[in-house]
Write a protein that binds this ligand. Sequence first.
Ligand code: UDP
Length: 332
Amino acid sequence: MGSHLCDRLLEQGCEVIALDNLSTGRLSHIEHLIAHPRFTLLRHDVTVALPELPLPLHEIYNLACPASPAYYLDRPVQTNLSSVLGMWRLLELARSTGARVLQASTSEAYGDPQEHPQREGYWGHVNPVGPRACYDEGKRCAEAMCVSYNSQCQVSVRIARIFNTYGPRLPAGDGRVVSNFISQALRGEPLTVFGEGTQTRSFCYVDDTVDGLMRLMASDEQGPVNIGNPGEFTVLALAQQVLDLTGSRSPLVHKALPVDDPVRRRPDIGLAERALGWRPRVDLRTGLQRTIAHLRKEVAAAPVDIKVPPEQLSRSPERRPEQPMRPELIFP
Ligand code: UDP
């Protein structure tokens, strides 16, 4: 999503400084920008003190955090810190420079929602100590911090709750369902359906999501604002669409459902429509076709390691074996 946002901002004539630790992003996604006179890439982790940046700064988009459950379940400490410490550092930067901050929050702020569709006023149903807590609670804390910096320090903040986003540059087999299914279908491997596949998601094409974020940044609405496509599909329906569009004969194989995997998810986008004049334009079929065209090249070019969450996080938490945690901690 970051590389698409950079493309759009540069098209609009902005000067862009991108900070990325490249833990889940790829250099190849911004290779075409490296020589651009208004683009700078700094390899940096937001949990570490920020480098000095050229002034003035007008807008800060905070997209820093692994978004695929397969990554964040594997690195919960770094995930938590990237949301919490990263948010703090960027809000401090905004405080000292007068820049506006847009926080890329998430539909996971609603957890496994008990209200459907999800409106921004719904407080959510999150397991604060489950395996997804590192992501969900990290993002919720980041939202709270935005509101605190706004009320105490007058920092201008915008909060977007982004629902499942997909599109070209999704790394092959990165653990997210769209990427896994397309990669598996193209390789003729079984599509890994977690649980029965009756859980639902709403998939938003990346250009639409980026458009929503930029409109929010430019608007008077602080948010939170849902940015997502209200079309709702079961995981099985998605699998079927992927098989149809790729012409693959891959079978489906059912795997254990990850702990706390939300059962239903669909945004109410009434606020985005009213306040931003935004609604998604690209339907799932068109978006999948474009994503398949991109992944076809990637799958053909290099071997793909398709990620699924570790087995111990796919059973009930009681049966989860005790494991000593030795993360590579990054202190500020
Ligand atoms: N999923 C699946 N097979 C996969 C990857 C994911 O069935 O190979 C399911 C997952 O259990 C969830 C949905 O697809 O119900 C969306 O998962 P994803 O990781 O893309 O995003 P999430 O919405 O969980 O953050």
